[in-house]
Design a protein around this ligand. Structure first.
Ligand SMILES: Nc1ncnc2c1ncn2[C@@H]1O[C@H](COP(=O)(O)OP(=O)(O)OP(=O)(O)O)[C@@H](O)[C@H]1O
Ligand SMILES: [Mg+2]
Length: 254
């Protein structure tokens, strides 16, 4: 790891995490730290545990053993809710007739909270700002289902960042999106990372598309096969193995 990265405090620490849904292990003894300001790409073959690891970090699944620290505090110890925006794999796109505006979709991030008048005004300002950040403020009153897939994705980002999370997790966000839209999307993430200081973890199958933007790479295959800076990764045996094996990052364990 480069010295600048080592100076930044860890936002999230995954410590010796193991997990299984049934008899077969899905994650075995995975440890890694995500530091403030990282733009981490998580790669690995289908079924290698990437989505599961994200859900464990978010507190949606409990690890069989090991623990997750958010800003140094165990998320299992009550009262610690990791402030992370999340865009799940296959985030549903809206039907053209879905009766909600862009503004309403972004405001869903606040539905769980108590909503006094002054709070609502604060939320309105936050919604506008989040939509400005993703370049969708002008579409605020449009019906969500009438937007293109790429535009809807930007609205999902706005919804994920509107409550000012410390990190944004995205699980294969550009599946089925054309190359030009993908580039614009990753430039947006780059801006969020570099200008707004948002820590980003992105699961992807195509590291070639994001490699201009990322700072760290984690390669998962039930165990953590590799974790380090992007620069080190480019010189690593893991990358050589990936290239030798075509698109299969590392052979699957099951
Ligand atoms: N809810 C579940 N119940 C049982 N098994 C599951 C469940 N979710 C995932 N699995 C299994 O756990 C393993 C890891 O799944 P996971 O979704 O974490 O992989 P992934 O790396 O995200 O794969 P992909 O690249 O295809 O999205 C797979 O073998 C999968 O079949
Ligand atoms: Mg997945």
């Amino acid at each position: 790891m480069d010295s600048a990265a080592a100076d930044r405090p860890p936002l999230l620490e995954v410590e010796h995490v193991s997990f299984r849904y049934g008899p077969l292990p899905v994650l075995t003894d995975v440890s890694l730290a995500i530091r403030e300001g990282d733009f981490l790409a998580i790669i690995g073959p289908n079924g290698s545990g990437k989505t599961t690891l994200l859900k464990i970090i978010l507190g949606l699944l409990k690890p069989e053993s090991g623990r997750i620290l958010f800003q140094g505090r165990d998320i299992a110890s009550g009262g610690v809710r990791p402030k992370i925006g999340y865009i799940p794999q296959k985030a549903t796109h809206f039907d053209p007739l879905f009766p909600a505006s862009v503004r309403e979709v972004v405001s869903m991030a606040f539905q769980a909270s108590k909503r006094g008048l002054s709070r609502r005004q604060g939320e309105e300002a936050a919604i506008r700002r989040a939509l400005e950040v993703v370049g969708m403020a002008e579409a605020m009153d449009r019906r969500i289902g009438r937007l293109s897939g790429g535009q809807q994705q930007r609205v999902f980002i706005a919804r994920a960042i509107v409550d000012k999370p410390r990190a944004l997790f995205l699980d294969e966000p550009t599946t089925g999106v054309d190359a030009g839209t993908q580039d614009l999307f990753y430039e947006l993430l780059d801006r969020l990372n570099k200008r707004e200081g948002l820590t980003i973890a992105l699961i992807t199958h195509d590291i070639g598309i994001v490699d201009r933007h990322i700072t760290q790479v984690a390669c998962l295959n039930q165990r953590l096969v590799y974790h380090g800076s992007h620069a080190e990764f480019c010189r690593s045996d893991t990358l050589k193995e990936m290239l030798a094996g075509g698109h299969h990052l590392v052979s699957h364990v099951h």
